[in-house]
Design a protein around this ligand. Structure first.
Ligand code: PLP
Length: 243
């Protein structure tokens, strides 16, 4: 397993580098986050020992279960799955960033718990750029009003936008949803909302990371290409089902 993970990591970095070259981007502008749902802590640890520092989990339960192995390592954990309001308090114990902020009620609960704990957190606003009903995320037209509202919550540091692109065997079908996230960011800049600058784009996964980088991604979230397929009786694919 160790050789495999290290080999896969090299491959993924090669893909990132090639994609950056193709679109004339700087490799240092694209970070890699390991999407580790269903991956045992020991395998995550192998990647961390190989130099990885960014981990993304989808479920509170998994954050908790893997915490004894991961808590003292020099890493940053992000929450990238659908977050139920009643899990907020527990999730906050483990992570420094919520990438799946997609509704006011969640922003309110985060703010409430963060105020209690006297701390802040980084957030990405999740946008449903593929218009699939099964996907979480704000509709694109609601992003600007949403930002204007949540920017009143001083506990939430808005770092960027996140989306799960439309996955398809045909590249041309995947590209528009990635392009759209970038377009939404441009519209936010045009709206000149005070204090909102430097938004990162978190998009691109095993299947579409090259396209995402071509469309300006700053953070690709990769699971399968590093840790292999996820099987758990049935395959768990894209965590769009609530816990
Ligand atoms: C699982 C997951 C990923 C990674 O997907 P892969 O296809 O395994 O690379 C990225 N982002 C989110 C939100 C995920 O749930």
């Amino acid at each position: 397993m160790k050789e495999e993970i290290i080999f896969n990591l090299k491959q993924v970095y090669q893909r990132i580098e090639d994609a950056c070259k193709l679109s004339g981007r700087n490799v240092s502008d694209v970070k890699l986050l390991l999407a580790t749902k269903t991956v045992p802590a020991q395998n995550i640890q192998i990647a961390i020992e190989a130099g990885e520092i960014l981990i993304g989990e989808n479920k509170m339960q998994e954050l908790r279960d893997k915490d004894s192995v991961l808590k003292d390592l020099n890493i940053e954990r992000h929450f990238i799955g659908h977050l139920q309001t009643n899990k907020v308090k527990d999730v906050l114990k483990y992570v420094t960033c919520i990438q799946s902020l997609d509704r006011i009620s969640l922003a309110e609960e985060l703010n409430k718990q963060l105020q209690k704990a006297e701390r802040t957190i980084d957030v990405f606003i999740q946008v449903n750029t593929s218009f699939e009903e099964s996907k979480f995320g704000l509709p694109p037209t609601e992003v600007i009003p949403f930002i204007k509202k949540i920017k009143e919550y001083k506990t939430l540091k808005i770092k960027g936008l996140m989306s799960i692109g439309l996955l398809d065997v045909e590249k041309e079908k995947m590209r528009p949803s990635l392009h759209l996230l970038r377009k939404i960011r441009d519209e936010i800049y045009t709206a000149e909302i005070e204090g909102i600058t430097n938004l990162q784009l978190s998009m691109g996964m095993s299947q579409d990371l090259e396209l995402a980088i071509a469309e300006g991604s700053n953070l690709v979230r990769v699971g399968t290409s590093i840790f292999g397929n996820r099987f758990l009786g049935k395959e768990i694919w894209n965590e769009n089902i609530a816990e």
